[in-house]
Design a protein around this ligand. Structure first.
Ligand SMILES: Cc1cc2nc3c(=O)[nH]c(=O)nc-3n(C[C@H](O)[C@H](O)[C@H](O)COP(=O)(O)OP(=O)(O)OC[C@H]3O[C@@H](n4cnc5c(N)ncnc54)[C@H](O)[C@@H]3O)c2cc1C
Length: 359
């Protein structure tokens, strides 16, 4: 079988499929793990991310299932690769800065409680007891104790190692131009690389992130519309070491993720700008302004990196995981803001789907 795309989705599927006994070739356009997965913050936060509406419900259900898989997934991955992935049980603190935000947070708390989700209402004083560096301007907080985080760059390195050890044939600098179908257009036969080379495959997993819709060859009814959603994100370091913040801190417009060693990730913008990747002064200004208002100590941190990534978004922003309209083709894309969280479940569902396809 062939997997198109070497981000967290493609790599996780490759590792799990290969462990399930399939012979796997992974085709990556550039280098493995340099797309959205490389810039992601690594929050595993289904409760904090929970949204109203039908699509929100579906995403929540997938997110809760995947969050439950993460501890065993991380352990097995660490064993298989010999690389740690820093899964940290941080919990998440969502804070409101003014009366309007506090009213909205009350609504969000009620919504989570109505679904039986673990979310605790905290008065400002209680929030500041838990995170003493918080500014006195905090009005109200919600703690989601089960929403943790992981370091996506370590996960990518570990997945690469685990894939190599499991015998996955990894081909970097191999852009796939098109899927090859049978004469009736009903079944996938393989893929064609941009250079013209054809690779036969009865099973193809499409995991090309924000570029998934650019792979040609599918009839109109079998395509899935995936668009890029730009995110700008900063990596910071506290020269005096860890301790400024222990939990993931979320606020309207952003979040700050502690890595546990004095490094922090401050993100992120959500912008509809096509495939544009330019970092902008306004985004950096707003992220730092909002975070500094809540956590003044952030002003002393050093800036290590500003990066930009493209989240793969479907029309309703829920992922496309599983078999599509063409036999032999399995989707693993459209993970939008939750591709790190959803990696273990994506791999599990894709391997299940592959087992169900007559090869
Ligand atoms: C700023 C930011 C912060 C985020 N924070 C979080 C977070 O905290 N938690 C969370 O769960 N998610 C987060 N996300 C979302 C997460 O990063 C994505 O959902 C996830 O990385 C998508 O993984 P992927 O493998 O589908 O895509 P990618 O990582 O983009 O990988 C796709 C790969 O496919 C390759 N490719 C594309 N076209 C082709 C082709 N034709 N042939 C071969 N290869 C091809 C690309 O080169 C790339 O390597 C964040 C995203 C951004 C941008």
């Amino acid at each position: 079988m062939t997997i198109v795309g070497g981000g967290i989705a493609g790599l996780a599927c490759a590792w799990r499929a290969s462990r399930a006994g399939l012979s796997v070739t992974l085709l990556e356009r550039d280098e493995l793990g340099r797309g959205a997965s490389h810039v992601a913050a690594g929050m595993l936060a289904p409760v904090a991310e929970a949204e109203f509406g039908e699509a929100g419900r579906r995403l929540l259900e997938l997110g809760m299932r995947s969050a439950a898989l993460w501890p065993a997934f991380a352990r097995e991955l660490e064993q298989a690769s010999g690389t740690g992935v820093d899964l940290l049980p941080t919990g998440t603190l969502v804070v409101a800065r003014d009366d309007d935000e506090a009213r909205e947070l009350e609504r969000q708390l009620a919504f989570r409680h109505s679904l039986g989700l673990p979310a605790e209402r905290l008065r400002a004083s209680a929030a500041r007891e838990r995170e003493p560096a918080l500014a006195p301007t905090v009005r109200l907080a919600m703690e989601a104790p089960g929403d943790h985080c992981v370091d996506p760059r370590l996960v990518l390195a570990a997945l690469r190692g685990a894939c190599e050890r499991a015998g996955v044939a990894i081909r970097e600098h191999s852009p796939v131009a098109a899927l090859e179908l049978d004469g009736a257009g009903a079944r996938v036969n393989g893929v064609r690389l941009a250079g013209g080379e054809r690779i036969d495959a009865a099973l193809v997993v499409l995991a090309a992130g924000a570029w998934s819709a650019q792979v040609e060859g599918l009839p109109a009814h079998a395509r899935i519309a995936v668009r890029p959603v730009k995110g700008q994100i900063l990596r910071l370091r506290d020269p005096s070491g860890p301790g400024l913040l222990r939990r993931v801190l979320r606020f309207q417009g952003g979040y700050l993720v502690p890595r546990g060693d004095g490094r922090y990730v401050l993100g992120a913008t959500v912008e509809e700008r096509g495939f544009e990747l330019a970092p902008t002064a306004g985004a950096v200004y707003e992220l730092l302004r909002d975070a500094s208002e809540l956590l003044p100590g952030i002003d002393e941190l050093q800036i290590e990196e500003l990066s930009v990534g493209l989240r793969p978004g479907t029309p309703d922003n829920t992922p496309a995981i599983g078999p599509g309209a063409v036999e032999g083709l399995v989707w693993a894309t459209g993970h939008h803001r939750n591709g790190i969280l959803l990696a273990p479940l994506t791999a599990e569902l894709v391997v299940e789907a592959l087992a169900g396809v007559p090869a």
